[in-house]
Design a protein around this ligand. Structure first.
Ligand SMILES: C[S@@+](CC[C@H](N)C(=O)[O-])C[C@H]1O[C@@H](n2cnc3c(N)ncnc32)[C@H](O)[C@@H]1O
Length: 377
């Protein structure tokens, strides 16, 4: 592929502070939808380097054609970057385009093998970046051995049919969890992913604290700070969400009595989703620091996204899609802002949801939310 890449007409792209040329091809292409994830990575690295008062040692397990690599090297404080991709042509392209970069060490290995080798060599990193096609699940147990204590694990998942309930069998196989279809599926998918990461960390005698967890309309991304030991892990944050026969969602825990209806009747049946993460999705102080680090004009959109993340009550694991409720009632969809105000006036907590403009996060029971339509003209 390499000769093929360099022989082709090239197109120049600009992202962040970086300009790069890619071939005009269907096999290799610039994916603008992945930009937010790269922006978030750059900003989080800036904040982390400031905390540590030194530039970072980074492991990028799946670099592709190195867009992320170039942005990290140009825009973030990076002391050393071990860059890997299993694909030989991608590796050769990285070799060619990064040949003058003294901070880079290049590898061309299966990520699992590389991680095992680094573990045996006792090499650990401040930041481990895992950006596969599809599920990150096969790589996470290997990655736990190379992250420094209080270091960061940045994980992407793009397997939407799996995390969103269209392939529930695959979700069981990859994440040991039951996913669910429906308009709230991206939230369940996000929490299944965070729950999975936590369980794998805990099994390696570690635990994590999510600094941000997002769905950007294209994929899920989680940045996790990793701590030694499991004492700081709150098992109350692992549980299930049950959808009751009337459609109400309830967060619940393993071992705690919960409603089960034995006779199968779709109108009376409880649907279980999980196990998943019921705890907070973000560290708001960290998000604030990322916002302040985003001083360049080209971060304008990402700053707006950070504001959305910072405003949501992410410690509330239950969300409702207002369009889905309106459809059931055969009524129009109320403005999200009005729904939030309505619930707050009744003493409940409520906010928007970063990945869905017409959803709300709340601790209100469904019966109260449905009253919204009674008060609407
Ligand atoms: C989503 S792309 C990476 C994009 C890149 N991080 C960026 O932001 O531009 C996924 C990459 O993972 C590589 N890959 C897939 N399986 C791998 C494995 N087991 N070990 C190492 N690399 C792998 C593929 O060759 C591909 O280049």
């Amino acid at each position: 592929m390499l000769h093929y890449i360099f022989a082709m007409a090239m197109e120049i792209y600009r992202e962040g502070a970086v300009e790069f040329s890619l071939p005009v091809s269907e096999r290799v292409f610039y994916n603008p939808r992945a930009r937010l994830g790269r922006d978030m990575g750059v900003l989080a690295m800036r904040v982390e380097a400031e905390r540590l008062e030194r530039p970072l040692e980074v492991l990028e397990l799946m670099a592709g054609l190195g867009l992320r690599t170039r942005r990290y090297l140009t825009e973030a404080p990076v002391a050393h970057l071990l860059v890997n991709d299993a694909n030989y042509d991608a590796f050769a392209y990285l070799q060619e385009t990064l040949k003058d970069e003294t901070r880079v060490e290049l590898r061309n290995e299966l990520a699992q093998r590389l991680l095992a080798r680094l573990y045996l060599e006792d090499r650990r990193f401040d930041w481990v970046d895992l950006d596969p096609f599809g599920s990150p699940a096969p790589f996470v147990p290997w990655a736990t051995g190379v992250i420094r204590w209080e270091g960061l694990l940045y994980v992407t998942a793009t397997d939407a049919p799996v995390l969103c309930g269209a392939q529930r069998g695959e979700a069981l196989k990859s994440y040991d969890a039951v996913s669910a279809l429906g308009r709230e599926c991206h939230e369940f998918g996000l929490r299944i992913l965070v729950g999975f990461l936590q369980r794998r960390l805990v099994q390696a005698n570690m635990h994590g604290v999510p600094l941000f967890s997002l769905f950007d309309g294209y994929c899920w991304r989680v940045l996790m700070r990793v701590f030694k030991g499991t004492r700081g892990f709150n098992t109350e944050h692992l549980g299930f969400i049950a959808q009751m026969p009337d459609g109400e969602y309830r967060a619940t825990h393993a071992g705690v009595p919960a409603p089960v209806i034995h006779t199968y009747d779709p109108a009376q049946t409880v649907r279980w989703i999980g196990p998943l993460w019921l705890g907070p999705l973000h560290d708001h102080a960290f998000l604030g620091a990322m916002f302040r680090a985003a001083h360049e004009d080209y971060f304008a959109e990402t700053r707006r996204f950070l504001t959305r993340l910072n405003r949501e009550l992410d410690e509330l694991p239950v969300i409702y899609n207002l369009s889905a409720l309106a459809d059931k009632l055969d009524r129009s969809v109320p403005p999200t802002r009005e729904a939030i105000k309505f619930l707050r006036e009744r003493g409940y907590r409520a906010s928007g949801v970063h990945h869905s403009g017409n959803s709300i996060r709340t601790d209100a029971p469904l019966s109260t939310i449905l009253q919204l339509w009674e008060y609407q003209v």
